[in-house]
Design a protein around this ligand. Structure first.
Ligand SMILES: Cc1cc2nc3c(=O)[nH]c(=O)nc-3n(C[C@H](O)[C@H](O)[C@H](O)COP(=O)(O)OP(=O)(O)OC[C@H]3O[C@@H](n4cnc5c(N)ncnc54)[C@H](O)[C@@H]3O)c2cc1C
Ligand SMILES: NC(=O)c1ccc[n+]([C@@H]2O[C@H](COP(=O)([O-])OP(=O)(O)OC[C@H]3O[C@@H](n4cnc5c(N)ncnc54)[C@H](OP(=O)(O)O)[C@@H]3O)[C@@H](O)[C@H]2O)c1
Length: 396
């Protein structure tokens, strides 16, 4: 079914952030919301990270799922047992595997798309133009329709997600095959991707959550089904952990937590690695000390590796082509400003009706010590939307 010609908001992306946006906007009863995604299956957490252990406690996924009235309505009308009752039975104060969180997002999505005020449309938003009346014309390439469609709205919210970053290596690594970080974070796929019988060395670059989970998964294989597997770990800074202070968390968004923190403390610290089980398979290559030292270390240790995985953060997925009065808005000409959850133009003025949320457009937060971080996580998205969405509702 085609979307209506005009609506209160177009939400792009149906990961946890897009879902949270739709939930918040529904509470405000603005009118029809057009929600666009190629799958409506919970975004990357479901598609790629079901086997990843969470770094947030179960209680925060529960808080996300019950934060807004439309979500509570879905939960109350979903036949038991379901993803919510399963999650409610888990220990709320510990972490869990992300398949639990993904199933909750999928169940909420299944319920929300059936609501009268929501028009869910399978496809991609490919472009959007803002006209002089502050109205966006949003172009959608439908997954099930041959022709593009257009919808007009005063609010366009980008929740388009991010994917693992990759950068060129400082040394020639042409003979080293790239190994997708998403595969390394999925043990079942990793096991069938790596050869079992041939000597294989995987280079892992990085020292944050993704890197430590990559080392953990590779170590699990080396000590079980892949005895010829070895790992070289290229890291340029010490392991950094989240620290629980009185009422707040130091390095809440960047420090290691949960299973990754336990593994790092017990097996990867310099004091542990030489005698730990992980140390039988993992060789640390210290890349600290500046670019020249880093390059020399890669020069020495990378060519002997079979595979290379970079776990160096995530970058925004490509955005729809945006224009104002028909003139293209190059990506460098607009800036994300989490202060109001929107975008500013090259003169610093807000771009009317253009907003964002999620891992691609996170809230900038400052801790009591003055450290700046980006708040990425289910409940963090919800807290952020609780603050900014009333302005989105009022401004258009
Ligand atoms: C490995 C990993 C583990 C994580 N673990 C946790 C955790 O334990 N706890 C926690 O709270 N957070 C965790 N996070 C952080 C965060 O919750 C997830 O990254 C989450 O998936 C971000 O949700 P999102 O909706 O912003 O993006 P995504 O899940 O990537 O969803 C974006 C959606 O937008 C769609 N899309 C993109 N472009 C378009 C377009 N043009 N038109 C239509 N649709 C489009 C995509 O198809 C996708 O469905 C983790 C992140 C990573 C990377
Ligand atoms: N559930 C989980 O356990 C889990 C797993 C993975 C990710 N996540 C979430 O996903 C988000 C992203 O996490 P992330 O761990 O992938 O990345 P991240 O927190 O963004 O950190 C990226 C790391 O890569 C390093 N880096 C960047 N460029 C590098 C380079 N060229 N060479 C070496 N190191 C480089 C950075 O180090 P410098 O500081 O030196 O630049 C930084 O430590 C976070 O919100 C995290 O909580 C969660």
């Amino acid at each position: 079914m085609s979307p209506p010609p005009r609506c209160a908001a177009v939400v792009v992306g149906a990961g946890p952030a897009g879902l949270a946006v739709v939930g918040n906007l529904l509470e405000k009863q603005l009118g029809t919301i057009v929600w666009v995604d190629p799958y409506f299956q919970g975004g990357r957490v479901n598609r790629k990270y079901r086997e990843v252990p969470s770094n947030t406690k179960v209680a925060l996924f529960q808080a996300f799922a019950t934060a807004v009235q439309p979500f509570r309505s879905v939960i109350n009308s979903t036949r038991i047992p379901n993803a919510f009752t399963t999650m409610a039975k888990l220990d709320q104060e510990t972490t869990c595997h992300l398949h639990h969180a993904a199933d909750v997002v999928r169940s909420l999505t299944d319920g929300i798309v059936k609501m009268d005020q929501v028009h869910a449309f399978r496809g991609h938003v490919t472009a959007a133009n803002l006209d002089r009346t502050h109205s966006w014309t949003v172009r959608i390439q439908g997954a099930d329709t041959p022709d593009d469609l257009e919808v007009m709205t005063s609010r366009l919210i980008l929740c388009t997600g991010s994917s693992p970053a990759q950068t060129p290596m400082p040394v020639d690594a042409d003979n080293v095959q790239r190994l997708d970080l998403d595969v390394v974070l999925k043990p079942s796929e990793l096991a069938s991707t790596l050869p079992q019988k041939a000597p294989t060395t995987v280079a892992v670059v990085g020292a944050s959550h993704s890197a430590i989970l990559a080392l953990l998964n590779l170590h699990d294989l080396a000590r079980s089904s892949h005895p010829h597997l070895r790992i070289k770990w290229f890291t340029r800074h010490p392991l950094r952990y989240a620290e629980y202070k009185d009422g707040w968390i130091l390095r809440d968004n960047t420090g290691l937590k949960g299973r990754a923190a336990d593994f790092a403390r017990q097996q990867l610290e310099d004091s542990a690695l030489p005698t730990s089980d992980a140390g039988r398979f993992i060789t640390k290559v210290d890349c600290a000390g500046g670019q020249r030292k880093e390059t020399a270390q890669y020069q020495k240790h990378l060519p002997s590796c079979t595979y290379l995985t970079q776990a160096i953060g995530y970058i925004r997925d490509p955005l729809p082509e945006l224009s104002i009065n028909g003139s293209l808005l190059p990506p460098d000409d607009f800036q994300w400003d989490s202060g109001f959850g929107g975008f500013t133009d090259r003169n610093g003025g807000p771009i009317p009706g253009l907003y964002g949320a999620g891992i691609a457009f996170p809230e900038r937060v400052i801790d009591p010590y003055g450290n700046v971080e980006h708040a990425v996580g289910f409940f963090k998205f919800m807290k952020f939307l609780n603050r900014v969405s009333p302005q989105w509702a009022a401004m258009a």
